[in-house]
Design a protein around this ligand. Structure first.
Ligand SMILES: [Zn+2]
Length: 95
């Protein structure tokens, strides 16, 4: 991905303030998930293809390692990407 100036856009870097881990996960709630049935036999034994998330609400972002969740100034878990990007810019040292 490149930004307008033609520079490589590496995105923001998340650094967990508690444990220093750099991977963050997105917790989804109220998800509607479908998966295609690959095979089913007479006894009901079956397997599915990888599930597809059709619809969900982001509940929070959290550190993969320790479960730290960034919060907004009202102490609510941040649950949207715009706010999360702002939080990362403010709290994680970028190069
Ligand atoms: Zn952490």
């Amino acid at each position: 991905m490149k930004n307008k100036k033609g520079k490589e856009n590496k995105g923001l870097k998340f650094i967990c303030p508690k444990c220093g881990h750099t991977r963050v996960e997105c917790c989804e709630a109220n998800a509607y998930v479908t998966s295609v049935l690959k095979i089913i036999d007479e006894s009901g034994d079956h397997s599915y293809e990888a599930p597809i998330i059709e619809d969900s609400d982001t509940e929070a972002f959290q550190c993969v390692s320790c479960g730290f969740r960034p919060q907004d100034k009202h102490r609510n878990d941040i649950n949207n990407c715009v706010e999360f990007a702002k939080w990362v810019k403010k709290h994680c040292k970028q190069d």
